[in-house]
Design a binder for this molecule. Structure first.
Ligand code: SF4
Ligand code: SF4
Length: 476
């Protein structure tokens, strides 16, 4: 099976239950943002900009759990910010499991190995020594860390930890191969850490997934290589979504000055070009997301936005109408459902009901539309996809690994030199538009915690990366 049977059955039951009850709108996935603080400062991340007054605020644990109960989504995606910074993350995962929900922890992976070491320390017994040895051999834990695990004190043994479970996925943010990813997240070694964390998670029996946002300037071949590499690590599934950035000022320039929208936006046409191979990828790799949504991305059909099915809850309450746009916050999911004029949003048969939605094809607005379709043919292809056999891991090879580690690991330093290569005039510090030394403020946004926001910043960066790759080919 492409996806674990128990999870597929749980989601199918939820849909059937609501269809039988004729519930007009219901939640499929809760995007839970317990906090907006992050340890990274990725280019173009817009969450901090939008929630700049609440950066230090956190949603109390009980409120997080109550939000999950309120919307009753079978799946909860814990995002942010960086959710592993949330002080009660372990208790949150345990609490959501007690509610029998499927959990995705959407993370930049920087604290994943620490969390897994804490798990090992809590449960360590001599039977786990071979695994620990494997982790040491593969340089995923140090000898010193292994000793700390072996000699864990009572407090470490009693600590609530995140244990492997078929109901939980580590969902790691990866936006490209090493060179691109590290530049986007503005820190050397992050891609390497993502890979190390995924490898450690697989050894310990965790389920792993990745989430990737495709920008206007994303190199599609690189994304395919990234999937091949991640598949060779036996990652259990991948979410991929086009980025989307609505900007009123740019929109105005399109309208008033007759400028081409392609200058500013990842338009629907461009998204369809980028996702031309999505169905092929769906056969080669375990892509999360229904085949109906994949057809939509490939330009083979239209769908109507169902943003209410993937609601977002954060420090301000239920965010409406969707993960990307904020026209209001509501105290309960029911109040949001009942108050928002949903018929004013989305794109129907190619016509935008709200101009801000015009080019949006994001996963959080349209993937549930695919899952909730009433057409028998759609139900059939969704079932066939879910129950179909899981694509085999892509064969690992030294050549593939070399293509993946095309940044820090090429032996030329990495970020400083890359920054300088991208913008020699500005020097290393000035190559990025959101460094603290510059006038432009650091900004945050998110799609599964790490994704869309001011996508133009990332597009700008990716253009420079592409240009630098052409003019400064990397050494073999
Ligand atoms: S179409 Fe996109 S931007 Fe518009 S409401 Fe739906 S998810 Fe939000
Ligand atoms: S994109 Fe994700 S990892 Fe990067 S700064 Fe924003 S929340 Fe943090």
């Amino acid at each position: 099976m492409r996806f674990p049977l128990a999870l597929t059955v749980k989601i199918a039951r939820h849909i059937v239950k609501h269809k039988l009850r004729k519930t007009p709108k219901f939640a499929m996935v809760l995007q839970l943002e317990p906090l907006h603080t992050c340890n990274l400062t990725c280019t173009g991340c817009g969450r901090i900009r939008e929630y700049s007054t609440s950066l230090k605020d956190m949603v109390p644990l009980e409120q997080c759990l109550a939000a999950a109960q309120d919307c009753d989504a079978p799946m909860v995606s814990i995002c942010g910010g960086e959710p592993l910074i949330y002080p009660k993350i372990e208790e949150l995962v345990v609490g959501l499991r007690e509610q029998k929900r499927i959990i995705y922890i959407c993370t930049n992976a920087m604290f994943m190995r620490k969390k897994m070491r804490e798990y090992l320390a809590a449960v360590f017994s001599p039977e786990l020594e071979p695994k620990l040895q494997q982790l040491i051999t593969e340089k995923l834990v140090t000898e010193k860390e292994a000793d700390t695990i072996r000699t864990a004190d009572a407090a470490a043994k009693a600590k609530v930890v995140i244990k492997p479970s078929k109901w939980m996925y580590w969902n790691v943010h990866v936006d490209g191969l090493e060179f691109t990813h590290d530049l986007i997240v503005e820190r050397e070694g992050v891609f390497k850490e993502c890979v190390a964390a995924i490898k450690m998670a697989k050894i310990l029996g965790y389920q792993t997934a990745t989430n990737t946002t495709v920008y206007k300037e994303t190199d599609v071949q690189e994304i395919e290589d990234m999937f091949k590499f991640l598949s060779s690590l036996d990652v259990d599934g991948h979410t991929i979504s086009p980025g989307y950035d609505y900007d009123a000022a740019k929109k105005d320039m399109v309208k008033r000055l007759g400028r081409d929208p392609k200058e500013f936006f990842l338009t629907r046409d461009m998204t369809r070009q980028k996702f031309a191979k999505i169905e092929e990828w769906g056969q080669m790799f375990t892509i999360f997301g229904t085949p109906v949504y994949q057809e939509f991305l490939a330009g083979k059909r239209e769908l109507t936005c169902t943003a209410w099915a993937i609601p977002t809850y954060n420090v301000k309450g239920w965010k409406a109408p969707c993960y990307l746009m904020t026209d209001g916050h509501y105290p309960t999911y029911g109040e949001m459902l009942g108050t928002v004029k949903w018929e004013k949003y989305g794109v129907v048969d190619g016509v935008a009901r709200d101009s801000r939605c015009e080019h949006c094809m994001v996963h959080c607005g349209y993937d549930p539309s695919g899952a909730l379709s009433n057409k028998p043919r759609d139900t059939w292809i969704n079932m066939k996809y879910n129950f179909g056999s899981k694509p085999k891991p892509y064969a690992a090879s030294a050549e593939l690994e070399k293509r993946a580690f095309n940044g820090a690991s090429i032996g030329n330093g990495h970020l400083a030199e890359a920054k300088a290569a991208i913008n020699p005039a500005a020097g290393a510090r000035g190559a990025f538009s959101n460094t603290k030394t510059e006038a432009k403020p650091h900004t945050h946004a998110a799609e599964d915690s790490c994704g869309t926001g001011d996508t133009s910043q990332r597009d700008d960066l990716l253009t420079k990366i592409a240009a630098s790759k052409t003019t400064n080919p990397k050494p073999e």
